[in-house]
Design a protein around this ligand. Structure first.
Ligand SMILES: NC(=O)c1ccc[n+]([C@@H]2O[C@H](COP(=O)([O-])OP(=O)(O)OC[C@H]3O[C@@H](n4cnc5c(N)ncnc54)[C@H](OP(=O)(O)O)[C@@H]3O)[C@@H](O)[C@H]2O)c1
Length: 241
């Protein structure tokens, strides 16, 4: 059984990735607060910004999966949020904490549990982190989001370095999906220019039909993965695929 565990497989990029892999006969598990219409995907509802629920749910899932014969297993850390878009003095502590928890703490915890739990399994094992060009480009109004994606990139590099040192280690890569037509982009376009000075660029991308479709992103990620195009620790912008 080839296994994919994806966070945020209910909507947007995550849903398209879940659909792509399930149609290729992978066993796909999605962890999100809501479910989608993808019947063949096992959908587990959990708020990934709640530490206790997330840990219990993920441990339980890994235990169940390990009872099967596994030929490959991949964790895709995809769920993410922008949080309120505005300069940092206008953000609430609660909103900042939610973004840090979902975008950084949860992927770190899931990666830790995943690596620990799969130590004795010898097959293709990997963690794919969905990062963003915002990891390297500071956008005014996205301070917490940009910071969280930079952290994900460093998580990718350090975990890869650790795993390279051991036999049967886990491959860890990060992918920038480009600008993709999802709810996250709708939220960006609904912001006022006083909160987000790059607003017009994102409106133009939509109007000029320059946003990637989620299907294109999912197809590209599937190719990158199954054709084994990236080295352990790679951080790759799919616009260069
Ligand atoms: N769209 C873009 O242009 C773009 C560009 C670069 C990077 N990205 C990255 O791509 C990833 C997916 O983004 P998207 O554009 O597909 O966003 P989206 O359409 O808003 O989807 C976000 C996904 O995350 C899940 N999620 C959000 N909060 C959650 C929570 N508290 N607990 C569990 N699941 C939660 C959502 O599921 P529920 O609502 O059902 O919980 C949903 O499935 C994110 O990491 C984002 O940073 C997107």
């Amino acid at each position: 059984m080839d296994v994919i565990i994806i966070t945020g497989g209910s909507k947007g990029i995550g849903k398209a990735i879940a659909k792509k892999y399930v149609n290729k006969n992978y066993k796909v598990y999605s962890l999100a607060r809501s479910t989608s219409d993808l019947k063949k995907v096992t959908q587990i509802t959990v708020d990934l910004s709640n530490l206790n629920d997330t840990e219990a749910c993920f441990k339980n899932l890994l235990e169940k999966i390990k009872k099967q014969i596994i030929t490959s297993i991949t964790l895709i850390n995809n769920a993410g949020r922008l949080g309120k878009i505005s300069t940092i003095e206008n953000l609430t502590s609660n909103d900042i904490t939610n973004t840090i928890q979902l975008n950084i703490a949860t992927p770190i915890i899931l990666t830790s549990l995943f690596i620990k739990s799969t130590q004795s399994i010898t097959c293709k094992k990997q963690v794919i982190n969905i990062s963003s060009g915002a990891a390297t480009k500071p956008y005014e109004g996205w301070s917490v989001y940009c910071t969280s994606k930079a952290a994900i990139d460093m998580l990718t590099k350090t975990v890869a370095s650790e795993q390279k040192l051991i036999k049967n280690g886990v491959k860890c890569i990060a992918l920038y999906p480009g600008v993709v037509d999802t709810n996250m982009q709708s939220q960006i376009r609904e912001t006022s220019e006083s909160d987000f000075k790059n607003l017009q660029r994102f409106i133009n991308l939509k109007e000029n039909k320059e946003l990637y479709t989620t299907e294109f992103v999912a197809d590209t990620i599937y190719k990158i993965d199954t054709e084994n195009r990236l080295e352990n620790g790679a951080i790759f912008d799919i616009r260069n695929a």
